[in-house]
Each structure stands twice: as C-alpha cells, then as structure tokens.
Design a protein around this ligand. Structure first.
Ligand code: SF4
Length: 314
C-alpha cells in the first residue's frame, strides 16, 4: 500500500505527481460540440441522468469567438483563486461537456492542438462516447499524444445491456470494446466512467462491471455515485415513482469492494460524484464531497482494505 504514499489506492493525484513531478490541476472546458444522443443522430433526450450542461456543468463555456487559449486563461483564474500559489502551476485541459470528438476532424485538430500548445498545459483529457471514435479520430489523437499526453475518457457506466437501454446510453457493449481496442492500438490513455447505483442494478451487477474492466487494458477509472439532478428525466422518474438510492454507508461499502477488485496499476480518477450542488436532488448526503471522502478513507483504514486486494488476473 505504501507504493501510493500511504493511500490505499492508486489516486490520480499520486499518478500526476509521479508523472509530472508536481501537483496538476484540471481546467474544465467546453469544446463547443454537442452529443449524438441529444442532437437526434442517436436520440434527442440524452442519457437519462444527463443535465443541461451535458455532464460538464462546471466547464468554461465555448463562448462565440473565444479562443482555446483565452478559455484556458479564464479557467486558470478560477483555479488560482483556490490554489495555494499563483505561480508555476500546471494543468490538464479537460474537455468535459457533451461529446468532445463529435465534430469535423479539422475542427478537432485545431481545438486540441491549440490546447496542447499552451505552455501551462501538461496534458489534454477528452471526454467522449465510444461510438464517436472512428479510426481517423483515433489516429489524430495518437499523433497529438506524441506532443503531450492525451487521455480519452469513455462513458461506459455499466456493462449490462438492460441497464444501458434503461439509461438510453445508445450503444451496445461491443462498440465500447472496439473503441478501446483502437485506443490501445494508438497507445492512448483510456479512462472509463462507471456509475454506481443505477436503478435496477444490484451491487453484484456493479462488481461485474468493475471486474470486467479490471481485465481490460484501461489506464484509469472514474467511479461515480449516481446523482439525481434537477431537470433530468431521471429526476422526473424519481419524483413520480421514487427508486432506492444509496445511503452513504452502502455507497462506501460498494466503492471499497470495487477498488479491491481493480489491479494496482489502474489509476482511480474519482471515487464519488462531482455534480453541481444547486442541481442535486438525491442522494442529499452526497452534496459534501469532503465528508464522503473522509468517511471513505476512514473505512479503508478500519477495514485494512486496499486496491487489488481481491484482484485476480484470471
Ligand atoms: S453521452 Fe454524455 S453528453 Fe451525451 S447525453 Fe449521454 S451523458 Fe449527456
């Protein structure tokens, strides 16, 4: 466990300090694209949990005419207000909102090249859908990855097709597998998002998703508590026929089990949720991320648990 500076899991902060020799901050940016699950190409209502901001409610918007450089500068100011020192900071340009490879190739090339060329940007992270990663896009990203690290974040959420249909994810599991193969072949860093607590899923279904990913060539995982956000179809469902949501204790037990199932080399990018408090409908306890993380770390210590404890490579 000491391999992660005393933490019971391979945290993103640990990995970034190892790779870049300092703390790295994320700048949440809007790449100015939409999503095929919202514009009608696949669907019009989006994933059932997706808020108006397209899962990027904190992102600096791609306001008309603003260059990527100026958006980066604007986002840097927000971080510097909270960061202990205003000088010498480095950042990840995180294209978070909607589907950030859903645009013409030339547009993507110009956008990401400009972000990478900013001297304070250490890496670029691109959130997208596996069905928006054809060979040409992956070739472009692989080329850019030779300039500075490029990470690709895929919203899988679950491996179970019945849940995927319920949440209107809009693609079957083989599409994810094909995209991951392409990313692996291109030498790109793949980070996968999983939601814990989707309606109808038992803990054993969530563990199957994590166990499946533990045996794939992924470099990072985001475990996200299901947030019911105001204004979403999930919120309408919750209000008309409430479904059970995790208590904090149940969530902590589930997360710890998931972490135990992962191999030590997979970087854990997130263990809770990061939704906007103003939109949070349920679970109410999840509004305080610090409280949840403290309780989680305490339970890790008490239970003597660590990442990989229950991982087997077969
Ligand atoms: S793929 Fe992402 S942006 Fe598109 S609807 Fe689903 S959560 Fe929202």
């Amino acid at each position: 466990m000491n391999q992660w500076k005393g933490k019971p899991y391979h945290s993103l902060d640990y990995e970034l300090r190892k790779q870049f020799g300092q703390k790295i901050y994320k700048l949440s940016l809007d790449g100015g694209m939409t999503c095929p699950n919202r514009d009608g190409a696949i669907g019009r209502r989006g994933c059932i949990f997706c808020s108006e901001g397209g899962s990027g409610d904190f992102a600096v918007p791609a306001s008309a005419g603003a260059s990527v450089f100026s958006r980066i500068e604007e986002a840097k100011l927000q971080v510097q207000k909270k960061a202990p020192s205003a000088g010498g900071l480095r950042y990840i340009a995180y294209f978070q909102s909607y589907t950030n490879t859903y645009g013409p190739l030339e547009y993507l090339e110009a956008l990401f090249t400009e972000a990478l060329s900013h001297p304070d940007i250490a890496a670029v992270s691109i959130a997208t859908r596996p069905d928006c990663l054809d060979g040409q896009v992956v070739n472009l990203l692989a080329r850019l990855n030779r300039i500075k690290p490029v990470w690709v974040e895929l919203g899988l959420q679950t491996i179970h097709e019945e849940t995927a249909a319920f949440i209107r994810r809009g693609y079957p599991l083989p599409v994810f597998e094909k995209a991951l193969d392409r990313l692996n072949a291109g030498g790109l860093t793949a980070v996968v998002h999983v939601i814990l607590g989707l309606p109808g899923e038992t803990p054993s279904m969530m563990y199957s998703t994590v166990r499946y990913l533990a045996h794939k060539n992924i470099q990072g995982l985001k475990l996200q508590l299901l947030h019911v956000l105001k204004g979403t179809d999930l919120a309408a469902l919750y209000e008309s026929s409430p479904f059970p949501v995790f208590t904090m204790e149940e969530y902590i037990d589930t997360v710890i089990r998931c972490v135990e199932l992962l191999p030590p080399e997979v970087v854990i990018h997130r263990l809770t949720g990061d939704g906007p408090k103003s939109l949070l409908l349920a679970p109410a306890w999840s509004g305080s991320k610090r409280l949840v993380l403290n309780a989680l770390h305490k339970r890790f210590r008490e239970s003597g648990s660590w990442q990989g404890k229950e991982y087997t490579d077969t």
